[in-house]
Design a protein. Sequence first.
Length: 268
Amino acid sequence: MIYVERDGMDDAGEVIRPDDAWFQLAGNATATAIAEQNKHEANKAIYAHTKVKKALERLFHDKCAYCESKMTATADWDVEHFRPKGRVAERENHPGYYWLTYVWENLYPSCQHCNQRRKDRPRWEDPTELPAGGKVDQFPLLDESTRAMGPADDVHAEHTLLIDPCFDDPEDYLGYDPTGQIFSLNDNPSGERTIDVFHLSRRRLRDFRRETVVAVRSVLKLIANGAIAANASAANDLNAFLENMQAGKSQHAGLARYVAKHPAEFGV
Ligand SMILES: [Zn+2]
């Protein structure tokens, strides 16, 4: 996971967000939701409008906001509500954050393995059954008494536990090991709960990330090699390649940045 600026701009300098007509539509739908409260039925045609989807794809470079896997070419993906719209798993009497159903800042692109509950099925080399995971309606707080229960309550006063990629810097919370497994830096509770809720330790994702570990480690070793270092042109090309792997548009950039920052942990 990496930080993504919500007001990020495209190459032409235009802020990446749905157009004004969508915000008008969303504003009207929010007013309806607030009037209907917990009886409001979320209108997917609005919160997952094509204008929303194409903006989220561009802003997050076709990646899941949470696991940073490229997702748009081979799978359907979800417009995920960071604060769940219909119910809250941790609080039985909570109506869901219905008043945030159509709020742009509450919408994130998520792969279905992070957002829905999925099994961690056996692998060829690892045939054990592991528990299912995925976010669904979870939104844990450090202090439940700070929970916003309705539109009059300030969500910014909530003591949240999940890392918000448009607000926090996930690199302060998350680390990776040479197998590609993710861990919480210094066992911080936000990292632990985020890994747990989005199921970021699932084995297929770990193995997928390991490919990036191998690639970054190989480039770092080449850069450290004396013969390459003596060839300015080759060294420049390799450094540019390494930089590209850490760029926001690249898959698993958070992991690539971690490996580049902690080469000794990866045998470089
Ligand atoms: Zn994901």
